[in-house]
Design a protein around this ligand. Structure first.
Ligand code: NAD
Ligand code: MG
Length: 352
C-alpha cells in the first residue's frame, strides 16, 4: 500500500446520523443498488425521493414499496444529496439532463462506483461534494443484510469536499444503507475504480469464466463426458469458493484431500504461470491508462457490437446447455438461494 491509499475502517459508532437530518436524498434508478439504497435509507428515517423517468417500468415497484417517486429532474431539484444509481453507461447522460441543471451549492453527488468521475465522464462543478459509498455486494444482498441486521461491508471515498462535511455526510449515508454495521473501508475513487475493474476482468468474472471453460474443454476434448466435466469444473467451484470465503485459502486446503492439496500446490502455478501474470499486468495497465474505459465508452456509443456478439457466444457455449440440463435434474435447483437470485434477476430485467 502506498501513502495515497489508507485503510481506515468505520463502524456505526463512528457515524453521526445528524449529517443527514433535514436532508433529502434523491436516489436515481431503482435497479440492483437503487432499490436497496432507497428502501434502507427510508427505513433508517432518511427523507428519500426515487428519481425515475415517466416511462420507467420501475416506477410501479418503487411506489408499491411505499416510496415517493418523481422524475429524475424533479428529484434532483428537491434533493440535497443525489445518489447516482443508474447504470454507469447512462450516468453521463442522466448527469447532463437531470443532475447538472439542478445542482446547488453545497449539494452532494454520491456514487456507488467511481468509473465516471475517475475517467472524467462526469465533471462536477467545484461547489458540490463528491462522495462514494460502494457496498461490496450486489443490491439484493444490501437489502437482505439490512433487513437481517447484518449489514454489508462497503467502501468510502471522497473526491471533492466543498462543504467540509463530505466525509461525515457520506458516512451517515453508509449507516443509512447498513454498511457501517459491517464496516466501511476508506479508499479513493481511483483505487476503487481501478481495483474493481481489474478484479472483474482478471479474476472474478473474466478470469474465472475462462478458467472454467478451458478446464471443461480440456476434459471434453480428451474424451471425457460433458456431465463429468461440468461437475468437476463448474459445479464444484461454488463449494471451493465457499470454503475460501469462510476461512481463506487455508480452510480450502484443510478440507480437500491431501492428494488434492499436493496436486493443487504443485500444478496450480503450472496452469496460472508467469505468462498469466504478465497478461494480468497488461490488463491492469489498460485499466490504469484509460484504454479500457475509452474502448467501453466507444463500444456503448456504437450500440455495443462487440458486447452483443460476445454475450451471445457465451450463451451458446456447450457448458451452458449441459449445465441447464444437469441443474434441472438435481435438487439444488430448488434451494432458497437459487430462488432468491432468480427473483433478483427477474427484478433487474424488469427494470431495464
Ligand atoms: P441496474 O442496472 O441494476 O439498475 C439501473 C436502474 O437505472 C434501473 O432502475 C433502471 O430503470 C434505471 N435506468 C436504466 N437506464 C436508464 C436511463 N437511460 N435513464 C434513467 N434511468 C435508467 O444498476 P446497478 O447494477 O444497481 O448499478 C448502479 C450503480 O451501482 C453503478 O454505478 C454500479 O457500478 C454500482 N454498483 C453496482 C453493484 C451491483 O452489484 N449491481 C455493486 C456495487 C456498485
Ligand atoms: Mg509447479
Amino acid at each position: 500500500m502506498t501513502d495515497e491509499f489508507n485503510t481506515e475502517i468505520y463502524y456505526d459508532d463512528d457515524v453521526d446520523e445528524s449529517y443527514l437530518a433535514n436532508t433529502t436524498v434523491a436516489v436515481l434508478g431503482y435497479g440492483s443498488q437503487g432499490h436497496a439504497h432507497a428502501l434502507n435509507l427510508h427505513e433508517s428515517g432518511v427523507d428519500v425521493i426515487v428519481g425515475l423517468r415517466e416511462d420507467s417500468s420501475s416506477r410501479a415497484a418503487a411506489q408499491e414499496d411505499g416510496l415517493t417517486v418523481e422524475t429524475p429532474e424533479e428529484a434532483c431539484a428537491q434533493a440535497d444529496v443525489i445518489s447516482v444509481l443508474v447504470p454507469d453507461t447512462v450516468q453521463p447522460t442522466v448527469y447532463e439532463n437531470a443532475i447538472e441543471p439542478n445542482l446547488e451549492e453545497g449539494n452532494t453527488l454520491q456514487f456507488a462506483h467511481g468509473f465516471n468521475i475517475h475517467y472524467n465522464q462526469i465533471q462536477p462543478p467545484e461547489h458540490v461534494d463528491v462522495t462514494m459509498i460502494a457496498p461490496k455486494s450486489p443490491g439484493h444482498l444490501v437489502r437482505r443484510n439490512y433487513e437481517s441486521d447484518e449489514g454489508t461491508p462497503g467502501l468510502l471515498a471522497i473526491y471533492q469536499d466543498y462543504t467540509g462535511d463530505a466525509k461525515e455526510r457520506a458516512l451517515a449515508y453508509g449507516k443509512g444503507i447498513g454498511c457501517t454495521r459491517a464496516g466501511v473501508v476508506e479508499t479513493t475513487f481511483r483505487e476503487e475504480t481501478e481495483t474493481d475493474i481489474f478484479g472483474e476482468q482478471a479474476v472474478l468474472c473474466g478470469g474465472i469464466a475462462e478458467l472454467i471453460k478451458v478446464g471443461y474443454e480440456t476434459l471434453v476434448d480428451a474424451g471425457y463426458s460433458p456431465e463429468m466435466a461440468y461437475f468437476e469444473c463448474m459445479n464444484e467451484m461454488k463449494l471451493i469458493v465457499d470454503l475460501m470465503y469462510e476461512g481463506g485459502l487455508g480452510a480450502m486446503w484443510d478440507s480437500v484431500s491431501d492428494t488434492a492439496e499436493y496436486g493443487g500446490l504443485t500444478r496450480g502455478d503450472d496452469v496460472i504461470d508467469d505468462h498469466v501474470r504478465e497478461n494480468m499486468e497488461e490488463v491492469l495497465e489498460q485499466v490504469q491508462n484509460g484504454e479500457f474505459a475509452t474502448e467501453w465508452i466507444a463500444e456503448n456509443q456504437a450500440n455495443r457490437p462487440v458486447y452483443t456478439q460476445l454475450n451471445q457466444a457465451e450463451k451458446d457455449h456447450e457448458i451452458e446447455e449441459v449445465g441447464e440440463r444437469l441443474r434441472a435434474l438435481f435438487a439444488w435447483e430448488e434451494s432458497e438461494q437459487e430462488t432468491e437470485s432468480d427473483d433478483e434477476r427477474t427484478r433487474v430485467k424488469a427494470n431495464e
